[in-house]
Design a protein around this ligand. Structure first.
Ligand SMILES: Cc1cc2nc3c(=O)[nH]c(=O)nc-3n(C[C@H](O)[C@H](O)[C@H](O)COP(=O)(O)OP(=O)(O)OC[C@H]3O[C@@H](n4cnc5c(N)ncnc54)[C@H](O)[C@@H]3O)c2cc1C
Length: 312
């Protein structure tokens, strides 16, 4: 290093140029980070510790990890990324801004605590927030007998007394779906959902009961899990689990106005993976999307480097 290089080197140490900043250390972000660190890229992972499935103790349907605690998968994933020289920092990202700096930086990432990072590419893997129907007691039991996904949590309640709490226009279909797991099943018609006559006949033909009096409260047992519901008519119904349809809110506010990488914006250097871009992505799908994006990002970085070499 010459004396003339010294200030630039100091600035680089203070605010390094990352090949990729991954925002979110859930299954999607960790998987992208693992691909990229194994590809010998300089990767920073920013996360502020609020994963979507923090309400549940066990993950299901994740091949090779059946029943594992979600936090344990994140711990293992982080250790694997760190073993390949990935760097982690606790921070809440508030904005992602595309730039065209001479220094090779293509994106600025700003955090709530006032820091700014520079990167050539960004992977947004921030997940989503589940907005639940507004029924007293429901939110407190989310992940403890209240669920959205039958493929994740239905098997544990097979042949047990369960319900679908109507929310949204396809609630009758959700009840038909849950019939695969239990014959002791009731559709709780609630709020704005209206069940048509034909749909009611179809449910009855498949042995699904319908309760129309509305739900006043979801009740917890002494074990802190669902034990039933209190209906608007005053009666109580004993249940072990309730499946419902949350509204999915992607946590991508930091991307307002940013063009996402895709066929329409091939020049963008921002990728969105996992639940942040796809509410249906469970853990294995999120891992797959992260890995695919990791490969795409590595290729984009390579193309930039080939182009830069051509300009020499
Ligand atoms: C109750 C419940 C049970 C579930 N059970 C299963 C199951 O059994 N099997 C299954 O496959 N799936 C299950 N899921 C779905 C599973 O949670 C998601 O598929 C998975 O978490 C998606 O991974 P992700 O990496 O996209 O998002 P997440 O796991 O939510 O990770 C996102 C990360 O981004 C971070 N983040 C968010 N915003 C910011 C920000 N602004 N700045 C910095 N960091 C940020 C968060 O802290 C978090 O760590 C369940 C979900 C719920 C709610």
């Amino acid at each position: 290093m010459t004396q003339l290089d010294a200030p630039q080197h100091a600035a680089e140490n203070e605010n390094p140029l990352w090949d990729t900043i991954v925002i979110g250390a859930g299954p999607a972000g960790l998987s992208a980070a693992l691909m990229l660190t194994r590809g010998r890229r300089r990767v920073l992972v920013l996360d502020h510790g609020v994963p979507r499935n923090r309400f549940t103790d066990h993950m299901h349907g994740v091949l090779g990890h059946e029943g594992l605690a979600p936090g344990e998968l994140r711990r293992l994933g982080r250790a694997e990324v760190e073993a390949h020289e990935g760097v982690f920092d606790e921070a809440e990202v508030v904005s992602v801004t595309p730039i065209g700096g001479d220094d090779g930086a293509r994106v600025h990432v700003a955090t709530k605590d006032g820091r700014a990072f520079r990167a050539r590419t960004v992977v947004v893997a921030t997940g989503l927030r589940d907005e639940l129907p507004n029924v007293p007691g429901l939110r407190a039991l989310w992940g403890r007998g209240v669920y959205a996904c039958p493929f994740c949590d239905g098997y544990e309640y097979r042949d047990r007394p369960i319900a679908v709490l109507a929310a949204g226009e396809h609630s009758d279909l959700k009840a038909h779906l849950l019939r695969q797991w239990s014959g002791d099943l009731v559709l709780l018609v609630n709020g704005s959902f209206t069940l048509g006559e034909a749909e009611a006949r179809s449910l009855a033909a498949r042995g699904v009961r319908v309760e129309r009096s509305g739900v006043d409260e979801v009740l917890a047992g002494t074990d802190g899990r669902v034990r039933g519901v209190r209906l608007a008519n005053g009666s109580e119904l004993e249940l072990e689990a309730i499946f419902t349809n949350p509204t999915f809110v992607p946590l991508t506010g930091m991307l307002d106005g940013v063009d996402i990488r895709g066929p329409e914006h091939p020049e963008s250097r921002v990728w969105v993976v996992g639940n942040a871009g796809d509410p249906r992505a469970n853990v294995p799908v999120s891992i797959g999307q992260g890995a695919a994006a990791g490969g795409d990002v590595a290729f984009a970085l390579l193309m930039d480097e080939i182009a830069a070499a051509g300009r020499v």
